[in-house]
Ligand binder design. Sequence first.
Ligand code: AMP
Ligand code: MG
Length: 347
Amino acid sequence: MKPRWLNLLLIATLGLTACSEAPPQVHRAKLFTLGTLVDVSVLHQDEAVAQQAVTIVETELATINRQWHAWHDSPLTLINQQLAQGETVTIDSATHHFIQQAQTLATNSDQLFNPTIGSLVEQWGFHSDERPDGAPPAKERIDAALKQAPSMANITLTATTLTSNNPAVQFDFGAFGKGYAIDRAVEQLKRAGIKNAIVNAGGDLRAIGSKGGRPWRIGVRHPTEAGVIASIEIDGDESIFTSGNYERFFDFDGRRYHHIIDPRNGYPANDAISVTVIHHNAATADAAATALFIAGTTQWPQIAKQMGIDEVMLIGNDLTIYMTRKMAQRIRLEIDDAQIKIIGNET
Ligand code: AMP
Ligand code: MG
C-alpha cells in the first residue's frame, strides 16, 4: 500500500501540472468548399494540433464535395449517367452508407426531401456556379418531369450495387451533402482527440464541446433583413441547419424563384421563408430543414415528427414564427414584436 504522504505529493504535482498548462485557445480558419465559406473553430492548447485539425476538416470536406458535386464532372455525375441508361452502378461502402442514409430521410419525409429530382433543379437553372438569369422553365417541361416521378423509392441498394427502376432518377444531394460532410469532418476531429470545435459552413454547422467552459453561441440569420433573428446556445454535440429562400434565387418579371423545389408540383416551395432545425446529426438536420421548408406552415409538425426532429423554427411569409415547444425553451429571439406560434412537443 502507498503511504498517505505519497498520495498527497501526487495530487500536489498533478495540481501544479494543470495550473502550468496554457489555457486552450480558439483557433479559427476559413476554407472555401461545399460552395460556401466554411469557418472552422478548434479549441486547443497546442497550435500545431489545432492546425492539424483544420487540415483534417479541409481534406474531408473537399473529398465529399468532389465526390458528390451535381454539375461539375464528378463520381456523382457518372452515377447519374449510368442510372439514366438503366445500368447497375458498382459502389463502395462509403457510397452505400451515404445513399442509404439519404433514402431513410427521404422515406421519413414522405419524399419531400427528394434527392432524385436533379433534372428539375437543373431545369430551374440551379446546376450552375452562377445565379440563373433567364425565365422560369415552361410549365409543360415541369409537368413532363413530374410525370416521371423519380424518388428514392425507385432505388435498390445492396452492399456493392445501386440500381434504379426509373431512368428519370438524377441525384442531387445539395440538401444533404453539406450535413453529411460536416458529420464526417466532426467524426475525424473526435478521432484526432479534439473535444471542442465548430465546423460552420455558411451558417449551417455542428458544434462539439464548449468554448472554454462556456456554451457556443450561434446566430440564426434574419430571412429578410441584415443581422440575426435569433441566437441559440450549444453545449455538447449538436447541429443547427437553416434552409431559406434567400440562399439561391433569381428574379424574373417581378417574382422571386428560389432553389428549394416542391417535388409535388415542381415549383419553388412558397409557404415558408426559412426553417431552422437542431439535431444531433448534421445530415439529418440538413435534410430535415429542406423537407420542413417544403412542408410549410401546416404540414411541418407531422413531417418533423416522422423525421424524429424535436427542435424546429419555421418562419412563414408573413414573418409569423412557428416553433416547437422544445425550440422555444432554448432559443433567444433578437427581434421585438414577433408573432409566435408554439406547436408540438406536448407536455
Ligand atoms: P438546402 O439549402 O439544404 O435546403 O438545399 C437546397 C438544395 O437542395 C437545392 O439547391 C437543390 O440542389 C436541392 N433540392 C432542391 N429541392 C429539393 C428537394 N425537394 N429535395 C432534395 N433536394 C432538393
Ligand atoms: Mg438541407
